[in-house]
Every structure is written in C-alpha cells, then in structure tokens.
Design a protein around this ligand. Structure first.
Ligand SMILES: NC(=O)c1ccc[n+]([C@@H]2O[C@H](COP(=O)([O-])OP(=O)(O)OC[C@H]3O[C@@H](n4cnc5c(N)ncnc54)[C@H](OP(=O)(O)O)[C@@H]3O)[C@@H](O)[C@H]2O)c1
Length: 265
C-alpha cells in the first residue's frame, strides 16, 4: 500500500462520491487533505469525518469555475499545509446531458464547460504554478474524465465534449511539464455509485421509484463485471496515479469501468 506521509493533497469535489472517497483514502495513508466544493455544510462534514478518524483535513469553499476562487483555494492550501503535492481535479456537474445536441441552450453549454472543462484548467493552472515554485518542486495531478469523453454519448453532447476536453488538457499539460517533475494523468471513470449517478438514474426513470431498479439493471447489463463500481474503486486508481508507484506514468488516460468500454477500444 502506498503511503503519503507528509504529503499534501487537494481534492476538488471532495465532499461527495468519488472525491470524498479519495479524500478519505489520501488521509488514511498519511496525506494532509484539502477538500474543495461549493456546498459548505457537506464539505465541512467530509473534512470532519477525516479528522474524527484521526486524519488531517480542512475544507475550503470554492467554485472551480471561478478563477478567483481557485486562486484562493491553492493559496489557502499552501497557507495551511505549506505546499501542494497532489491535485485531484474531480469536481463536475452532470449537466449538458438528457437533450439532443441541437436542443441545448447556450447557457447550459457555458455552465457545463465553465465547471467541467474550464474548472479543470483553472485548477491545473494554479496547482502547476505552485508545484513549480515550491521547494522541492514537483507533484502529480489527476483529472477526472469519463467514458463519455472517449466516444461521446447519445443525448450527452455537452457533458461528453467537456470530458473529452479534459483528456486533451491532461495530455497537453503532461507533455508541457514532464521535464519539471510534474506528472499529469486522467481518471476515465465508468459508472460509480455516487449522488451524481443516482441523479442520472432519477432523471432517466422520470423520478418513478419503480423504474429506478430497471434503469440500474440496464446500466449494469452493459458492464462485463455486471455491477456498478464503488467510489473507492475509482479513488484507488487516482491515488495510484499520484503515488510514486506511477513514477513513469504521465499523459495517461486510465480507464476504470469494469470493462464497459473494452470491446469498443
Ligand atoms: N459517478 C459516475 O458514475 C461517474 C461516471 C463518470 C465520470 N464521473 C466523474 O467523476 C467525478 C466525480 O463525480 P461523482 O459521481 O463523485 O459526483 P458527485 O457525488 O455529484 O460529487 C460531485 C462533487 O463536485 C462538487 N462540485 C460540483 N460542482 C462544483 C463546482 N462548480 N465547484 C466546486 N465543486 C463542485 C460537488 O460539491 P458541491 O455541489 O457542493 O459544489 C461534489 O463534491 C466527476 O468529474 C464526474 O463527472 C462520475
């Protein structure tokens, strides 16, 4: 098991789902963790849960789509813990889906790109500057993409485009900073039991509780492992990409999907 003793990890979207699992695992393995999200109550609760379990964590409120918030987030991380070793840029909204491509409006395009794509870039921008400036320099960044970013998805053009953009940002930045000790990779997530996916099931089933099980079974049926992933199973991959065990891995898109897209690749 990789230990992160003395290291500092920033997890955006760390108050829920995959990010919350990653924050907990980072802390269990010795990292000091900064959890970022918009919602204060859930964020404070996530940090409190780690501290109660004997770990170190603080919550910093930030909207990743807001440049000033992200600049403050990284500055606050350094103020509290002295440096930044790992950035897990994982926050996103499940917008830009459930409509045909021509039926989205401009506001939805701007919102989904503003959070899911620009948000990742803003986080990388400030994290990289910090990682270059600190002593010793360097670090590792993982950006959360989705299998929808690989091949697109019906009625999911904007969400998919944002997630495809995350892959291009990741691969480009990985090449830019490979010689400066910063590794940058992407977690390409399949389906995981989180509030976001529960929301998707709700939407597809039209809010009818009797139909939710059928929708879930439909998803499960597409996955060769015949189950939806647990948040910890996505988080473990992100932590491995951050760890020294992945010291020669950069610009990689790590697909963690129970085999869902294996036949399409
Ligand atoms: N679950 C899946 O099946 C699945 C599949 C593929 C990819 N993914 C990706 O995995 C990542 C995590 O998703 P999840 O399923 O764990 O979702 P989740 O449970 O809904 O958690 C999303 C997190 O992001 C935060 N967030 C949302 N908008 C934000 C913003 N503008 N600024 C800062 N924080 C923001 C949320 O907190 P606040 O709302 O309080 O800000 C929350 O902490 C996302 O990138 C998602 O696209 C998930």
């Amino acid at each position: 098991m990789q230990h992160f003793e003395g290291k500092v990890a920033l997890v955006t979207g760390g108050s829920s789902g995959i990010g919350r699992a990653a924050a907990r695992l980072f802390a269990q393995r010795g990292a000091r963790v900064v959890i970022a999200a918009r919602g204060v109550e859930r964020g404070e609760e996530a940090a409190h849960e780690i501290v109660e379990a004997g770990g170190e964590a603080v919550f910093v409120r930030a909207d990743v789509g807001n440049a000033a918030d992200v600049e403050h987030l990284v500055a606050r991380t350094v103020e509290v813990y002295g440096r930044l070793d790992y950035g897990f840029n994982n926050a996103a909204v499940a917008k830009g889906a459930f409509a045909l491509t021509a039926d989205f409006d401009e506001e939805e395009f701007d919102e989904v790109m503003g959070v899911n794509l620009k948000g990742v870039w803003l986080c990388m921008k400030h994290e990289i500057r910090q990682m270059l400036a600190q002593d010793p320099p360097g670090g590792a960044i993982v950006n959360t993409s989705s299998v929808n970013g690989l091949g697109g998805s019906p009625q999911g053009a904007l969400y998919s485009a944002g997630k495809a953009g995350v892959l291009a940002l990741t691969k480009s930045a990985a090449q830019d900073y490979a010689q400066q000790g910063i590794r940058i990779n992407a977690l390409v997530a399949g389906a995981f039991h989180t509030p976001m996916l529960e929301g998707v099931f709700q939407k597809i089933s039209g809010g009818d509780p009797s139909k939710i099980a059928a929708v879930q079974a439909q998803y499960t049926g597409m996955v060769p492992m015949r189950r939806i992933g647990k948040p910890d199973e996505a988080a473990e991959a992100a932590l491995w990409l951050c760890s020294d065990a992945a010291s020669y891995v950069t610009g990689h898109s790590m697909i963690v999907d129970g085999g869902w897209t294996a036949s399409m690749r």
